[in-house]
Write a protein that binds this ligand. Sequence first.
Ligand SMILES: *[C@@H]1O[C@H](CO)[C@@H](O)[C@H](O)[C@H]1NC(C)=O
Ligand SMILES: *[C@@H]1O[C@H](CO)[C@@H](O)[C@H](O)[C@H]1NC(C)=O
Ligand SMILES: *[C@@H]1O[C@H](CO)[C@@H](O)[C@H](O)[C@H]1NC(C)=O
Ligand SMILES: *[C@@H]1O[C@H](CO)[C@@H](O)[C@H](O)[C@H]1NC(C)=O
Ligand SMILES: *[C@@H]1O[C@H](CO)[C@@H](O)[C@H](O)[C@H]1NC(C)=O
Ligand SMILES: *[C@@H]1O[C@H](CO)[C@@H](O)[C@H](O)[C@H]1NC(C)=O
Ligand SMILES: *[C@@H]1O[C@H](CO)[C@@H](O)[C@H](O)[C@H]1NC(C)=O
Ligand SMILES: *[C@@H]1O[C@H](CO)[C@@H](O)[C@H](O)[C@H]1NC(C)=O
Ligand SMILES: *[C@@H]1O[C@H](CO)[C@@H](O)[C@H](O)[C@H]1NC(C)=O
Ligand SMILES: *[C@@H]1O[C@H](CO)[C@@H](O)[C@H](O)[C@H]1NC(C)=O
Ligand SMILES: *[C@@H]1O[C@H](CO)[C@@H](O)[C@H](O)[C@H]1NC(C)=O
Ligand SMILES: *[C@@H]1O[C@H](CO)[C@@H](O)[C@H](O)[C@H]1NC(C)=O
Length: 782
Amino acid sequence: MLLNLLLILSIPFSSSLPAFASKAEADVLLKWKNSLINHNNPLLSSWSVDPTGNLTRVNGTTSTSPCTWYGVECNNHGDVVKLNLSESKLNGTLKNLIFSSFASLTHLELRLNDFFGSIPVEIMYLSKLVFLDLSGNHFSGTIPQEIGMLMNLETLSLHSNNLEAHIPVSLGNLSKLSYLRVDDNKLSGSIPRELGNLNNLMKVNVSVNVLKGHIPSDLGNLTILSELYLFLNNLTGSIPPSLGNLSFLKILVIYKNQLSGRIPDEIGNMKNLITLHSGHNQLTGSIPASFGNLRKLKILDVHVNLLSGVIPIELGKLESFVQLAFSHNQLSGHIPVSIGNLSKLEQMYLNDNRFNGSIPKELGNLTSLVELILFNNQLSGPVPNSLGNLKKLEQFAVHDNKLSGYFPETILNCQKLRYLTLGNNSLMGHVPKSVCNLISLETLYLGNNQLSGIIPQCLSNFSHELKILDLRMNRFHGSAPTTFLKQNNSLRSLNLNGNRLQGSIPRTLINCRKLAVLDLGNNMLTGEFPFWIDTLPEMQVLVLRGNKLNGTLHTSNTKPQFQKLRILDLSSNEFTGLLPSNYFNNFKALMTLDRSASGNLYMGGKFMYDDTVELVVKGLRLELQKILVVCTTIDLSVNKFEGEIPDTIGELRALRFLNLSHNSLSGKIPTHLSNLVVLEHLDFSSNKMTGEIPEQLASLTFLAVVNFSQNQLQGGIPQGGQFNTFENSSFQGNNGLCGFPLTKKCGDDDDDGISFSQKDEDEDEDDGFLNGFSWEAVVLGC
Ligand SMILES: *[C@@H]1O[C@H](CO)[C@@H](O)[C@H](O)[C@H]1NC(C)=O
Ligand SMILES: *[C@@H]1O[C@H](CO)[C@@H](O)[C@H](O)[C@H]1NC(C)=O
Ligand SMILES: *[C@@H]1O[C@H](CO)[C@@H](O)[C@H](O)[C@H]1NC(C)=O
Ligand SMILES: *[C@@H]1O[C@H](CO)[C@@H](O)[C@H](O)[C@H]1NC(C)=O
Ligand SMILES: *[C@@H]1O[C@H](CO)[C@@H](O)[C@H](O)[C@H]1NC(C)=O
Ligand SMILES: *[C@@H]1O[C@H](CO)[C@@H](O)[C@H](O)[C@H]1NC(C)=O
Ligand SMILES: *[C@@H]1O[C@H](CO)[C@@H](O)[C@H](O)[C@H]1NC(C)=O
Ligand SMILES: *[C@@H]1O[C@H](CO)[C@@H](O)[C@H](O)[C@H]1NC(C)=O
Ligand SMILES: *[C@@H]1O[C@H](CO)[C@@H](O)[C@H](O)[C@H]1NC(C)=O
Ligand SMILES: *[C@@H]1O[C@H](CO)[C@@H](O)[C@H](O)[C@H]1NC(C)=O
Ligand SMILES: *[C@@H]1O[C@H](CO)[C@@H](O)[C@H](O)[C@H]1NC(C)=O
Ligand SMILES: *[C@@H]1O[C@H](CO)[C@@H](O)[C@H](O)[C@H]1NC(C)=O
């Protein structure tokens, strides 16, 4: 009896009694298995005993140990040393796993299951444990500080759980630890400086938590550290100079924190550094010249910070450089000629800074370059011809600069170009037909330059890929491209606004089934309304303002029509006839108050850029998206429309801007307008409207601007709500109107209507018209 007791007591400490040890371990495992929610999991079918209580039979013999069970591995003595149940869909807790029964366990791996509950403090009994991986489960609660007692631990992986509270200081006791991952949890508090004790650490990942405080300078003591990931936390303070002591560090990733201060020169001592990613912080000061010592550096990404100063010429020594991302800072000066030495460079992002001077011709030596992104700077001079050597170039974005000279024809030698954005510069000359050799082109933005000549016809038929063709605000003449012959083409946006184009609207646009934006405004186009466009299912923005289009607004007879339309601007043409009431009850997008319906105009396909370097056409995309959500518009002003305003206009609940001014509309203002609950601008001025202004309009709480002037309206102006804020100029020129803000009081018998003050205001009428909102004004306002 006594002997038995002694034996039992000694079990966990003995390896000379394998049978007993194994039996006890097996019992514990079985008990645990039965506690699991899905204990019928077929993977665990080998975890069983026969009816006599023996352990499972293997090959016809009775086994006395769990050593043959799925995921269990024993040593020569039959003690369980490894338990590996990763990716087994197990669901349950660790509560019933009696850790004290596994004195020999060195390896516990439960990653990628559905375990939940806390990590039991009893885990401290696994004193031989070398490898612990509980990642990819739903463990919650704290990391028990008792883990700090597992003195043999080399690998600790607790990432991708729901762990919270602090990283325990006691981890600083794990002197053999070489691999630490607690990323992707909800850990808070600061990074314990005690981690700086762990001389054997090679890899640390604490990213994607809510850690606060400074990066401990003690991490600079981790002499053999090779990878350090701290990104996506709430770390503050500056980057400690001591990190410069990490001479074996290859990867330092600290982006998306709130780090401030200068980048320490000492970083230049990390001579093995390959990747430095510290984007999305508030780093200030300049890029240290010492970076020129980082001969192995491939990726230097500091985008979205507050860095200033120039790019050090020393960076020209970094022969291994592959990606240089400096976008969204306050960097200035010239792009150093020495950058032309970086023969392996594939991506260069300098957009959204203050660089000036010219684009160095030496960049033409960067024959590995795939993306050259320089937009939104103050670069001047011509685009160097040498860039035509960049045979791998897919993206060349230099819009929003001060580039001058003739259209850079040699860039058209870069046959792989997908994005070519030269817009908003001062380029002149013609666009050669050879632009159509760029058969992979997706975006061509040449708008806002002084380009002239004829738009190459081939632009309408050369590529299946072209999504965006933006040539607005140039001096092109002749006709618009007319040969959109390819069925299934990808064109989404065609913007030729503000040129000198003549002729009619090309009927072949009917082949552009994905067209969402068509802006042909401010040209000299003639002919009738392109009614057939209402069959294009994606149409969201149709702007034809400022042309010489005439006839009535007839519709095609197909349904649905203009389901996604959000902006219709036909202002300043010569349209006649009635307003198209049958259109107004088809504009589904304008009838639904739904912000998410903004459409994925520029998001579709592969148009968007990788988030790490959120980029390029972003400017264009945002601009338009904002417009689409915020600027729902109908502008039919300055035409010759007549008849009444159809009641159906009251269905367009999402409408914010409505301008019907300067027509010959008559009849009453529809009371249904009070349904337009987000309406901000309403202009009916200079028509022949009669009757009263409906009282209900006073309920429109967003209404900021109204203009009813120069009509034949009568009666009292509605009072209250936004109507308390309108100037009398909004109502002048209506003989029959009375009440605030006009000086004429209602009930006043004096019918001649025009009081002194009103006469004064009449003289402002022309100004009023010029200041009236137009689509462009509206867009600026958005
Ligand atoms: C296994 O069960 C049998 C009865 O079926 C029993 O006689 C035997 O002792 C058990 N073996 C072990 C090793 O416990
Ligand atoms: C069971 O038998 C198979 C084939 O006969 C053999 O490969 C395997 O190693 C045996 N397993 C055990 C635990 O003896
Ligand atoms: C644990 O099991 C998984 C999946 O079966 C396997 O990928 C992994 O290599 C195993 N771990 C060890 C240390 O053998
Ligand atoms: C695991 O079990 C819990 C409790 O029954 C259940 O709520 C949860 O959905 C299960 N998880 C999975 C992935 O099956
Ligand atoms: C472990 O660390 C804690 C906190 O740093 C300390 O108080 C404790 O004495 C250490 N334990 C061992 C066994 O070293
Ligand atoms: C570090 O953690 C992040 C977040 O969980 C993860 O996406 C990334 O793959 C990890 N990297 C390494 C090398 O551990
Ligand atoms: C790191 O090193 C510094 C200086 O060598 C020392 O003062 C500090 O205590 C060390 N930190 C840790 C946590 O060991
Ligand atoms: C991170 O810090 C910022 C500023 O101090 C704070 O607004 C934000 O709520 C913090 N985020 C978390 C998840 O703690
Ligand atoms: C680590 O860096 C700091 C600051 O750069 C320096 O003062 C210290 O001497 C360095 N420690 C070692 C061990 O090199
Ligand atoms: C880098 O470029 C500069 C200027 O073009 C040149 O003087 C220098 O020799 C080059 N350095 C290397 C290492 O090639
Ligand atoms: C780099 O470009 C310049 C100017 O385009 C040229 O003169 C020079 O030979 C090129 N250097 C190399 C190494 O190709
Ligand atoms: C439209 O304008 C053209 C001249 O551009 C003219 O020939 C035609 O008669 C006009 N049509 C209508 C209906 O006014």
